[in-house]
Design a protein. Structure first.
Length: 256
């Protein structure tokens, strides 16, 4: 893996698994966790950027897609860690994007990381800025423990169903249910409290350009009808939750 510090930011080429969203620096061709082929990806990011009224310091690139990228950033005003997602303008339908994010921003739920801001960066990118709560994500917990107890699995899925129900009342689905989209945070009122992050945009927000709409979503937890290009819905969410529950209880993805 090559590292190079540039004057305008940080540049890194690394091997990335688009199934589990892990990064590898050893010279291997398959992911040891799910056997998917690894892709060499560009993890470059600038040192800082002003977005709206916020001055952001970039900490890492979480997802290095061609059209969609995700970064962990820090708000310089309060040191809060945020999730900064960018979408290439050629894949976005502007009005649908604006309407969806306006509705999502108005939703508050104890188990959902809130959207803080969204908009455009010049003419080339659309962005979404969300809370990115500090804590161990579910993927990290599974790597450490191998699998979860049935009691903890039920506890987490009760919370997951609760927040997905709140999204349903707004006419929304998460669309990106996977271990790295679930963060476990400290809370004096509840052990192993769940926060849902990295929500996928609905199909209506994207143009018809092929291959871009699902690139942020792990195929390990993606319902077959979504692979065929159909929209996310309650049924596809149930499939994703079933695949995730299998992973939690067995320590293995449902298929490799």
């Amino acid at each position: 893996m090559a590292f190079c510090i540039l004057r305008e930011g940080f540049f890194q080429m690394a091997l990335f698994c688009f199934a589990c969203h892990r990064t590898f620096d050893q010279q291997i061709t398959e992911c040891p966790f799910d056997s998917f082929a690894l892709i060499e990806a560009n993890f470059d990011y600038p040192p800082s950027m002003t977005v709206g009224s916020r001055s952001l310091t970039f900490e890492s690139c979480l997802f290095p897609g061609e059209h969609i990228r995700a970064y962990a950033v820090r708000d310089q005003a309060n040191a809060q860690t945020l999730l900064f997602e960018t979408y290439a303008s050629q894949i976005i339908e502007p009005e649908y994007f604006k309407n969806h994010l306006s509705n999502l921003k108005s939703l508050t739920h104890d188990n959902l990381a809130p959207v803080l801001d969204f908009g455009t960066l010049g003419e080339g990118l659309y962005y979404v800025l969300s809370d990115y709560p500090y804590g161990e994500n579910l993927d990290e917990k599974l790597v450490k423990n191998g699998q979860l107890s049935p009691q903890l699995t039920v506890h987490l899925f009760n919370q997951l169903l609760n927040v997905l129900g709140a999204l349903k009342e707004k006419g929304m689905v998460h669309g990106n249910i996977m271990p790295t989209a679930i963060t476990l945070v400290e809370d004096s009122r509840m052990a192993d409290k769940l926060k849902l992050v990295r929500m996928s945009l609905p199909e209506s927000c994207f143009t018809r350009e092929a291959g871009t709409r699902a690139e942020y979503i792990s195929p390990l937890y993606l319902a077959p009808e979504r692979v065929r290009g159909q929209n996310a819905c309650e049924a596809t969410e149930i499939y994703s939750m079933g695949a995730l529950m299998y992973k939690c209880l067995s320590g293995m993805p449902p298929y490799t």
